[in-house]
Structures are given as C-alpha cells and as structure tokens.
Design a protein around this ligand. Sequence first.
Ligand code: G4P
Length: 534
Amino acid sequence: MPTDLEVELQTEVNRRRNFAIISHPDAGKTTLTEKLLLYGGAIHEAGAVKARRSQRHATSDWMAMEQQRGISITSTVLQFLYRNCYINLLDTPGHQDFSEDTYRTLAAADNAVMLEDAAKGLEPQTRKLFEVCRMRSIPIFTFINKLDRPTREPLELLDEIEQELGLSTYPVNWPVGTGDRFKGVFDRRTRKIHLFERTAHGTKTAKGEILDLGDPQIEKILDQDLYFHFKDELELIEELGEDLDLDQVHAGKMTPVFFGSAMTNFGVQLFLDSFLDYALKPIPRRSTVGEVPPTEPNFSGFVFKLQANMDPKHRDRVAFVRVCSGKFEKDMVVQHARSGKNVRLSRPQKLFAQGRESLDEAYPGDVIGLNNPGAFAIGDTIYIGPKLEYEGIPCFSPELFAYLKNPNPSKFKQFRKGVTELREEGAIQIMYSADESKRDPILAAVGQLQFEVVQYRLENEYGVETRLEMLPFTVARWVAGGWEALEKAGRLFNTATVKDSWGRPVLLFKNEWNMHQVQADLPDLKLNATAPVV
Ligand code: G4P
C-alpha cells in the first residue's frame, strides 16, 4: 500500500510540467511568455510582465543597468495553473547578451520550447541553446511565431529543422495562408480550422471562430486558391509526414510544431493544450545513487542558478533550487551534500505565481528560491535521507575573452576577493594564461553583458575600478586527458593555452575554422565544449 505522502507526490507530479524557452532575440519570447500567462490566468491583461519587471527592479541598484538597457539579465521562474496543472516556466533571458545562466537553466528544465520567427527560421542563439538541450535529450516543442507577417514557406521551415538539427517534425497544426493572407490554422488533433481575427496587440484572450474542415462556409471565407494550396500542403504532410510518436518526442528526437502569432494571441491556447498533453512530467534524475524518481518520499534538489544582490543592502544571494524528489516544506532541515552540513530552508523566496506571497511547499518539477547567503554554489545537491548528489552542471564553452586589469595596486586585496567571489557565484568563468608571467585573470564569458556586470559589481560592491583588454578568441575547448594529453600532442598552431579555475588546460581559438583545423591535424587530441565543475 502506498503511503499518503506517496499518493500525494504521485498526484502532484502528474499535474506538473516545466519548460524553458529557447530562442534568438526578437523572436517574441517576452510576448509569448506574457500570452502564456494570460491564457494561464496568471495575468488578466497583457503588459503586466514588463510592468512587473520594472517594478521589481526598482528595488535594486545594479539592476538599474538592466532597466536602462531595457533587457533582462536575470531569469525568473514563473508558475501558473492551467487545466488544473502547474506549469513552471523557467524563464531564461532572451537577449543577445546572454550568460551562462541561460545554459544552466536548461539543466533544470524537463522540456524546451523552441521559438522561431517564421520569417527567419533557425537563428544562431537558438542553435546554441538547442545543442545544450540535445546534451540531455530533452523534448523540444517548436512554436513558429509571427504568422501574421510575411514568412518563409512553412514546409521549408520544417525541412530546416529536420536537416540542420536532425529532429523529425510533426506539425500539430498547419497554417492557412501567411502574412497578409494568414487566415488561421488547422488543428490536426481535432481536425478543425481555427480562424484568425486580426486584433491589435491582443491584450485579452482571443475568441476566434472554429469550423470543421468540411464546413461549406470555409470556401466562402477563404479564397479558392488559398484553400486549395492549404489542402495540397495538408495532404502532403499527412501522407508523407511521420505520425506523432510521443516516445520519440520524449527522447528529444521528434519535435511537435505549432504555428501562431503570439502578438495577436493566435495559436497560444492550442499550443498550451497540446503542450500539457505531450510534455514530459518531472522525470527521474541521475545521481550518485542511481536514478532518483520524483515520487521518492525523501526530499532532494539541486541548485542551478544563483542570483546575487536582489537587494544590495543585504548582499543577499538567492539560490534557485530545482526540486527533484519528495516534498519541500518551509523550515525543513536538509543535508548539504558538498559541505556535509545541515541547512534550514527557512526563507523560501516568493516567486511570481498568481499573487502567492510566500512559498510554503513545493513538489518535484517546481523551483524554489532560497535565501541563504554563501551557503550554496551552482550544482550543489540538498537532500534528506541517504546521501546523494545530482550530476553537476558543467562549465560551458565561453566565446568572449578579456584580461581583467586592476590599475590600482592598493586595491589588490579587494580585487582578488571580488574576482574570487564572482567566480564562485558563477557570474563568469575565470581563466589564467599558461604563461606564468601573465598574471591578470582572463574573464571568459558567453555574452558581452557578463563583462559589464562583473565590472559594475567590482566597482559597486568591492570598490575596484577595472579595465578590460579584449583577447582575439571566440572558441574554447577543454583538453580531454589534461596536460599530459596536451604535451603528447606537441606543438599547436593558431591557438593559445590557458588554464581554468581548476588548473585544467583549455585551448582558445580565433574561430571554429582554426579549431577544426587543429582537430584535423591531431585526431588523437580530444577536445570538449563543456567541462565538469569540480
Ligand atoms: P524577445 O523577447 O524574443 O526579444 O521578443 P519580444 O517578445 O520582445 O518581441 C520582439 C518584437 O516582435 C516586438 O516588437 C513584438 O511586438 C514583436 N512580435 C512578437 N510576436 C509577434 C507576432 O506574433 N507578430 C508580430 N507581427 N510581431 C510580433 P517591437 O516592435 O520590438 O516591440 P513592441 O513595440 O511591439 O512592443
């Protein structure tokens, strides 16, 4: 007989889904997020997310920078209740200037929504984030946005995903016309056409008309050539396309595809309904004691993100923890795997969740924000019961490199302290030249903004003004086998050797082409784009 707690856990796991959105700037991530909240009933009028963002940031000094630039550096977690299920959106920043946090958030997500602009298709940042998803084989749901504007051919967009990402596609709905002639989508689940109504910016949920495929009205509403074109395409995808295979979706090999227009609210509800049915529920997670099922009664979770200085007066750091098993309760005492110490989880952070003020309990698939300064590092496991540790979150290949200089020797101590603390917090990776005569730390980031944040915080929190000297590299690879393997490889051209914070050798290249050349010359030298945190 299962215990009451086991029954409760099973029920709560069944009604939870979480995801992160992967996209390139401008594809419409902020807009889609807002519309999902609108349909999820978490907000009643679109526009609230932006307003809320500025409200929250008004309390924090260094985030003023974020406001000035009108972008989001830090990611939040949004939860809403839809059809009696809790949907957690692990909100990642969508700006070009993204940081390692964007990657780390994907380590906590069970599903990803790949958002594309229908006029552009796959774009560079989306491809990079997709690679991170592929490492964990998480299910990818594709939302092709901005159908109300001129687009590329829908079939061509599917083909691009198949050819370039190696995913098979299953269009769950299919557009009738695009751009000026966008009339709606055909939902293959219900075999009905949802007609699109042009509304300006859609602040409220849309009420479109829905017709059966065979309804004689359709031919009156749609131009004949448009209707025939749509029917031809539909026939093509239904005859030649693959059937929906949820096992393939869950293995990250097939992506369900949706067409819509987030700005005008079109297709958002159809997407949500299918997402709820097709997405993975919280799944077992790999740990040092094997896979831990979410219904395991003992609580466990891991830290995937630290957010510093939400309130600069208190120098606080919020640790975002993905709950993996058991039930979280406020004030519970857990074991901290890295230090072996007991930690009381006494100040759970309130998250954006339908006006909920404090967080008293949470279940697998949820994210909690813990306010324990200094206690946590990225990748830390907390648990109750027999000791376990979840797989760490790796370091990801940085793409921007710069020497960080401290022009004022009297500030050396503060400089060193600041650099160490920001590194521990995961704000940026720190490397050093293999040439011992060069002592300045090398900042290694995945986005430009990380540099600015580090410099800003060093000045404001540690009182050190710094200078950056950019380095001409864009690719980093860790050498498998360490220094020994590197020595064996002999002399390398067109690369610089540095060491990471753990003294491991990393090769820096000017571009991918140079890296491929080195790999072609030295097939025995194994290079990795990520490395474990130790
Ligand atoms: P991001 O977070 O991915 O960077 O994108 P964001 O939602 O900010 O959207 C980028 C731009 O694309 C915005 O226009 C937004 O209104 C527009 N957009 C989003 N979804 C759609 C859509 O379905 N159709 C059309 N036509 N446009 C869409 P903007 O001019 O930058 O801002 P705004 O003045 O509209 O707020």
